[in-house]
Design a protein around this ligand. Sequence first.
Ligand code: AMP
Length: 400
Amino acid sequence: MKILVINSGSSSIKYKLFDTETHELMCAGLVERIGLAGSRVKHEIQDDGGVQTIVRETPAPNHETGLRLVASLLVEPGIAVIEDPAEIAAVGHRVVHGGERFSQTVVIDDEVIDVIRQLIPYAPLHNPANLEGILVARRIFAQAAQVAVFDTAFHQTMPARAYRYALPNDLYEKHGVRVYGFHGTSHLYVSKEAAAWLGKPLAETTLITAHLGNGASMAAVKNGRSVDTTMGFTPLPGLMMGTRSGDLDPAIIFYLANNLGMSLAEIDKLLNKQSGLLGVAGNSDVRDVVEKMEAGDENARLALEMYAYRIKKYIGAYMAALGPVDALVFTAGVGENSPLVRQMSCSGLAHLGVVLDEKKNNARAKDVMPIHAENSRVKILVIPTNEELEIARQTLDALG
Ligand code: AMP
């Protein structure tokens, strides 16, 4: 069976095609600049010798043309990975917000589409694009089951004491203002990988997972279930990120509006697009910030210290929330590739049983890489995330 995984963004479609019989990735790609000048598709085919990359600059005025382009590449003579698009039995869609309605992956029907649409106010940047991907895929791969995998679903197991804000009840009961959490597919994927590495059932595994990418969040996972997470009603709070502030005193917003005359739109942009590493160090990419720090830039040093200090604080908080922890997991772009961030985040935590092995920490991550010292009570693992594979697996499961 072939499963196509789609992550549809406002001007891009990322895709991966999996063969569930061989458990192999067949091809992957990205249609970018949809609806803009200079749209193109980058299509990568896996073969025995490695990866063959095909780049086509071609107009993609909308998602429908973009996905039709993908469908035709899959069967194009000379580079075909399948003979007929009808071989694709299911399309697994990444959907950012599933609200309280979806705590599981679901097969998409008209009602599911309605609910994803109703949830647009909760994820105004993401759910419309995700929905567009679903509607287009329904037309192009009409024979395939369409399945939605939600970023919020894994966190629906949080207890009320973790997901409620100390606001008047009405705001939760009538308007759904609560912690939802994000990156759930990644937190779940690395949790499963960690449990397998530890040789325990997921349901008996307690973890702290740190997804440190451009966006970043941590999760407290008790017996395989998310019980707390650092992102909230939106992906803004929690850790310091590439361009997002993470946690801050909400009254700063009143100050910015009342004293600096900023509009809500300007504040939104400031906190989501101009803050985090970019705001403090002038660059959003950890590689650039490290380079600047090594060249003696004090703002870059401060930014990295702040970044790691937040992670450390949440490690401590989640150890208090969870009790005995089997492993601390680092994943995503920064978590997988920055020994410095891992080392700074774990330094001084020996009293909590968290001790890094410097040499292991400096090795390159592939598969599951343990980086804890022998005397570390808590295992520390670097695990490359694979959200698309998790979506493919869940899509397969949803089909029964
Ligand atoms: P992601 O959102 O998971 O794709 O992560 C993207 C981020 O990972 C980039 O913005 C970088 O900050 C970070 N990153 C990628 N490669 C490295 C690296 N070799 N060292 C440090 N950070 C990296």
